[in-house]
Design a protein around this ligand. Structure first.
Ligand SMILES: *Cc1c(COP(=O)(O)O)cnc(C)c1O
Length: 398
């Protein structure tokens, strides 16, 4: 029997749950894109985006998904033949590296695997081994959404400073922005990329590149920058259309305005701590389930886990079966285990991920965990008893 009829819950790590306020803001006739309310609204969006990124630097908007932001950021500071150092901690690190390769960059990859954060000491050694400063940029993910690892951005900054290396530090916060604590200026990121459809609670289609003066100066040394990706007119437009390199994505912007209002109202610190507590509830449940059976959290040390997404190892083929069960029987869609294939499980069916980013609260997380527990019972997956009440305990104590 299916009990899925009712409001569905897309508990995947992006696109995330869109608030009704965002959807309502988008549901309107096409506005005047030459002057008036839309133009005024965009001027106010930029400082609010910078506030969320904790930066006094520059911000620009692209009509693109996260992959577009990857390419946009690289296009402004990395030329064909330039070298970049990529510290990869999961599928998304490799994805950004591949984007750099596609632009003709030479990629030096340090692969930290799928269960460990970046070891800044290894980044330091790689930079020290480059006395001629051929490396133009260091690329890292704050949170890698595949492994659910959270990396220490400030530690990588220190590695650059200790090595006296001028490479730019480029950080992917597509999964983490407005979920996990992130402070662009304090932590010393030169460039940061983000997307609309995760912590920012807006449909996919907008992405953002933030950059400081150091990165802006590097942009000026480029022989050429593709017109469309060029961040300069977008960050400092003479004409309104230059914010977007063409027609304004009007409806997304109304949605973004509503989301930024919600973020301001709750407060970024409160948002970070809500995500931290909900993440701990999820971890508590999985730890109890895993005490007797095949389940475990992919990232062993809680200090290195994202507060926006959790990757769970459950063993093939249980991951795929559980996802199917929760989706068809209970209206909860869980994330695939992407980039988590193993020799005996080439499709990564032994993993699943829970997205808990953005517009997510206690009842949604407890609901998803209750559905997962029901699925474990229905499918006969061995598991420890009491996971759901362990999660409830975390919520009760918060
Ligand atoms: C989602 C995500 C991306 C890719 O974003 P798309 O919008 O799917 O192109 C890149 N990096 C991270 C860390 C992500 O979470």
């Amino acid at each position: 029997m299916s009990l899925a009829h009712g409001r569905p819950y897309l508990a995947i790590p992006g696109p995330s749950v869109m608030p009704d306020a965002v959807l309502r803001a988008m549901h309107r006739a096409a506005p005047n894109i030459y002057e008036g309310a839309l133009v005024d609204m965009v001027r106010g969006i930029i400082p609010d985006l910078r506030h969320v990124a904790r930066t006094d630097g520059h911000a620009c908007i692209y009509i693109a998904n996260g992959h577009g932001a990857w390419e946009a950021a690289l296009s402004n500071v990395v030329a064909e033949g330039d070298k970049v150092l990529v510290a990869a901690t999961g599928r998304f690190g490799h994805g950004w590296a591949d984007m750099a390769t596609g632009l003709g960059a030479e990629v030096e990859l340090i692969d930290f695997g799928r269960k460990s954060p970046i070891n800044a000491e290894q980044v330091f050694e790689a930079l020290r081994a480059d006395p001629g400063h051929a490396i133009r940029a260091v690329l890292m993910s704050h949170v890698d959404t595949a492994s659910a690892v959270r990396n220490d951005v400030a530690a990588v900054r220190r590695a650059l400073d200790d090595a006296g290396h001028p490479a730019l530090l480029m950080v992917d916060c597509i999964a983490s922005l407005a979920c996990d604590e992130f402070r662009m200026d304090d932590w010393g990121a030169d460039i940061m990329v983000a997307g609309s459809q995760k912590g920012l609670m807006v449909p996919p289609g907008l992405s953002f590149v933030f950059f400081n003066d150091h990165a802006a100066a590097r942009r000026e040394t480029m022989k050429r920058v593709s017109r469309y990706w060029d961040w300069k007119p977008r960050a400092d437009p003479e004409f309104f259309y230059q914010y977007f390199g063409g027609t304004a994505p009007a409806h997304h912007l109304y949605g973004l305005r509503a989301a930024l209002d919600m973020i301001r109202e709750e407060g970024l610190e409160a948002i970070w701590s809500r995500h931290a507590t909900l993440a701990r509830a999820i971890w508590a449940a999985v730890e109890v389930w895993g005490a007797d059976g095949p389940m475990s959290l992919n990232i062993a040390d809680a200090a290195n886990r994202s507060h926006a997404v959790t990757a769970v190892r459950i063993g093939a083929p249980y991951g795929a079966r559980l996802r199917e069960w929760t989706d068809t029987k209970a209206g909860v869609t869980l994330g695939l285990g992407i980039g988590m294939s193993e020799p005996d499980d080439p499709n990564g069916t032994g993993f699943f991920r829970i997205g808990h980013m953005g517009h997510v609260n206690a009842h949604m997380v407890l609901g998803a965990l209750g559905v997962i527990e029901a699925g474990l019972q229905a499918l006969g997956v061995p598991h420890g008893r009491g996971g759901l009440s362990a999660a409830a305990g975390v919520i009760a104590a918060a």
